[in-house]
Design a protein around this ligand. Structure first.
Ligand code: FAD
Ligand code: FES
Ligand code: FES
Length: 463
């Protein structure tokens, strides 16, 4: 899919590479959009500049003025951050709705902003929170408001020699209530049909400032200025919520597409906004998270210092050292299957949708079809072949046998790797956490009940 792969480890090195290759190369962070696009032949490129080894860009900082997210902040990082829960709850809620745990472990918020689809879930909350972007190029940095960043569908102000270095969210002194809502065609792995964010500021329930932003109803994510103006000075009574919601139709122009018709979008938008306003009229920010302990499928957060990639991938697979000379143009899944001879991980879709390729990469459950093989350089990989220990099956493998959870078996390696990672992360998960953990894994034989039974047998929920 690509011929040349750079993995710089410092920002100056990255900016120099961008300058010399800017017109032909593509930047890659988590790769969850780039690899899908390359698989589909969208924006093809010969050269990838992978910024995932720039550990200096993975941070969340809080000071008196800003909550700041480095460019490599993942959706999972947001879910785990107390500062984000304090100052950007709508963003946390949006990150919880993106894809599935294996996607959220790799995908960055910056990448979501830069793909610039009007359906992307982190854009409405960041727009409503007045986010600012710091863009870096070889000639310096510039600051741009998110509200000025988008030019149209998938078009932004980012120049080809620039990268997004950090996202800043102003911290307000006054209390604010915020909420993100999404309507998709299913609960996980679903592009939004409609999404929206609400950020209301004010004391004694009277609204002094309202930010309402809408996704999937215009070429870019937009504010709803009629609703925002209407809400100022008001209290959220049921009548106000209803009237405000109807006004939203003046602020958007949805289209028909594969996911919904324009009229369906209009009707559901009114209802969703009314529901959101009513929810904010009674809720405190603390109790508006769907799951107070979201499943991450990650048990090792700290990035380890690594020697830079220089053409050979040196890695550890199932506790055995391995090196690969000719795999830099491959995905991790293809490296495992073709070069390492480990065919337990399956390719169901090659687009991050089915979970059959799930392996562990440095303690994270990942969709290996969306991970460039070079991202495994100096890392530790566990595949289904290494899940059991010392000749014994993993307890979850035994439970799959005991519960007769296997039909054709194609999805089972991915189910096991996701399920076993959940049990590493949370010893006794709830049923909701189990469903969340497996939400990125599809079984074409539809044997979900027995698969959940097996997980419950080991996780202890079921007697
Ligand atoms: C199965 C699946 C389900 C998904 N579900 C959802 C969903 O529910 N909601 C949703 O909103 N999205 C969803 N996505 C989309 C995707 O996961 C997000 O857009 C993700 O946040 C992109 O981040 P990334 O780090 O993977 O970006 P990448 O794929 O690495 O990059 C995305 C784009 O940003 C550019 N880029 C990345 N970082 C920088 C930077 N620092 N500076 C300049 N350019 C940069 C890249 O060149 C590329 O154009 C899904 C994707 C998949 C595969
Ligand atoms: S998610 Fe990787 S093959 Fe389907
Ligand atoms: S058991 Fe056949 S795909 Fe799941």
């Amino acid at each position: 899919m690509w011929q040349t792969y750079f993995q710089p480890t410092t920002l100056p090195e990255t900016l120099a590479l961008l300058q010399s290759h800017s017109s032909q190369a593509r930047l890659l962070a988590g790769g969850t959009d780039v690899l899908v696009e390359l698989q589909r032949g969208v924006k093809p490129t010969n050269t990838l500049i992978d910024i995932s080894a720039l550990h200096e860009l993975r941070y969340i900082q809080e000071d008196t003025h800003y909550l700041t997210l480095g460019a490599l902040t993942t959706h999972n990082d947001i879910l785990s951050s107390a500062a984000c829960h304090r100052h950007a709850l709508a963003l946390v809620q949006a990150c919880q709705e993106v894809g599935a745990p294996q996607i959220r472990a790799r995908a960055t918020v910056a990448g979501n902003l830069l793909t610039a689809s009007p359906a992307n879930d982190t854009i409405p909350p960041l727009l409503a929170l007045d986010a600012e972007l710091v863009l870096s190029s070889p000639t310096g940095h510039r600051l741009i408001l998110l509200t000025q960043f988008y030019q149209g569908v998938r078009r932004t102000q980012l120049r080809s020699d620039e990268l997004l270095r950090e996202i800043r969210i102003p911290i307000l002194p006054q209390p604010r209530r915020s909420l993100f809502l999404k309507l998709g065609l299913r609960k996980a792995q679903a592009i939004s049909v409609i999404n929206l964010a609400l950020v209301l500021t004010g004391q004694h329930e009277q609204i002094s400032d309202a930010r309402i932003t809408l996704g999937c109803v215009a070429p870019t994510v937009v504010h709803a200025p009629t609703v925002e103006d209407f809400l100022i000075g008001k209290k959220l009574t049921p009548a106000v919520c209803k009237e405000a919601a109807h006004l939203v139709l003046r602020d958007c122009s949805p289209i028909n597409d594969v996911r919904a018709s324009a009229s369906y979008r209009q009707q559901t938008l009114v209802n969703l906004l009314a529901y959101g306003l009513e929810r904010l009229s009674s809720d405190t920010p603390e109790n508006t998270l769907n799951d107070p302990r979201p499943v991450l499928l990650e048990t090792n957060h700290a990035p380890q210092p690594r020697s830079p990639f220089r053409g050979t991938i040196e890695t550890t697979i199932n506790s055995q050292p391995a090196h690969f000379e000719e795999a830099a143009q491959k995905t991790l899944l293809n490296l495992l299957r073709e070069d390492a001879g480990l065919t337990g991980s399956k390719e169901g879709c090659a687009e991050g949708e089915c979970g059959a390729c799930t392996v562990w990469l440095d303690g994270q459950a990942v969709m290996s079809c969306l991970v460039p093989a070079v991202q495994a350089h100096q890392a530790s990989i566990t595949t289904i072949e290494g899940l059991g220990k010392d000749g014994h099956l993993h307890p979850l493998q035994q439970a799959f046998i005991d519960c007769a959870a296997v039909q054709c078996g194609f999805c089972i390696p991915g189910m096991l790797m996701a399920g076993a990672k959940l049990l590493d992360e949370i010893e006794q998960p709830t049923q909701a956490q189990m469903r969340n953990a497996l939400s990125g894994n599809i079984c074409r034989c539809t044997g979900y009940r027995k698969i959940l039974d097996a997980l419950e047998l080991v996780g202890g929920t079921k007697k």
